[in-house]
Design a protein around this ligand. Structure first.
Ligand SMILES: [Zn+2]
Length: 256
């Protein structure tokens, strides 16, 4: 049995990092699949990520109903997470954010492609999901039920990131650290690409072989990755919540 408190603590760290790195603000959220029960996931109640504490973490089933309903409000868009976990057994962590830097690519036909080495974890393709395609032009743009979540998950397919037209992005990964990493670097990659387009001239995206080589060499809980996690946590003022021994122990079976 996994120490769920340690997993919840890691999720608090992920919330604080995403906030400090300006990936999320009052809105946006991150979740992690329950390590012992793949039909559940952990996510905060309806609280801004910067303010999330361990006691705010709750367990939901994959239809996004709370396992223990204590009346606390939940994120309206929790269905993004549940639907992706339903569709993707390989996914153990999901982030949803409204990062401004990706939005130009979510409202135009210009594709978001990896153009910097740290953007390689987005993968070769970043699909754009448009809620209006299936649910019409009268929605409030938010993913507020499981059908909308499933449609988004379908658009995501086997990719790591999907843009959401006029809204933001969803990122899916095999570990919490990887989901956070993708979510930190996707907006940076988008920023670099936008600036390059403004400069004019030819854009040189990463080659498929370079993306494959970087992904093949990546280990979510390697020393190098932990270095970034510790750095981000320190910057976000929550280094004291990082328990290397506990986390390394928890994740080694499927994380290395
Ligand atoms: Zn949203």
């Amino acid at each position: 049995m996994t120490d769920i408190k340690a997993v919840a603590r890691e999720l608090v760290v992920a919330n604080r990092i995403l906030s400090r790195e300006d990936v999320v603000d009052a809105y946006g959220h991150v979740s992690v699949r329950h390590p012992d029960n793949p039909n559940r996931f952990l996510i905060a109640t309806s609280i801004a990520p910067e303010l999330v504490e361990e006691t705010d973490i709750v367990e939901l089933d994959l239809d996004c109903a709370p396992i223990k309903d204590d009346g606390r409000p939940l994120y309206h868009e929790r269905f993004i997470h549940g639907a992706i976990y339903q569709a993707r057994p390989d996914v153990h962590a999901v982030v949803h954010a409204h990062s401004e830097d990706v939005l130009p690519f979510a409202i135009s036909t210009a594709p978001l492609r990896p153009v910097i080495h740290s953007g390689s974890f987005m993968g070769t393709k970043v699909p754009v999901w448009d809620i209006a395609d299936k649910f019409g032009t009268g929605t409030n743009m938010l993913v507020t039920n499981i059908d909308q979540g499933r449609d988004l998950a379908k658009a995501l397919g086997s990719d790591n990131v999907a843009l959401m037209r006029g809204h933001g992005f969803a990122a899916a990964a095999r570990s919490l650290i990887e989901a956070v990493r993708i979510s930190v670097y996707t907006p940076r990659n988008a920023r670099a690409l936008t600036k390059a387009v403004m400069l004019g001239g030819e854009i040189k995206p990463l080659h498929d072989g370079e993306i494959a080589a970087r992904n093949a060499g990546y280990k979510p809980y390697s020393l190098e990755t932990r270095r970034a996690w510790r750095y981000w946590a320190h910057k976000a003022g929550c280094a004291h919540l990082v328990d290397d021994h506990a986390v390394d122990h928890q994740h080694k079976p499927w994380g290395t």
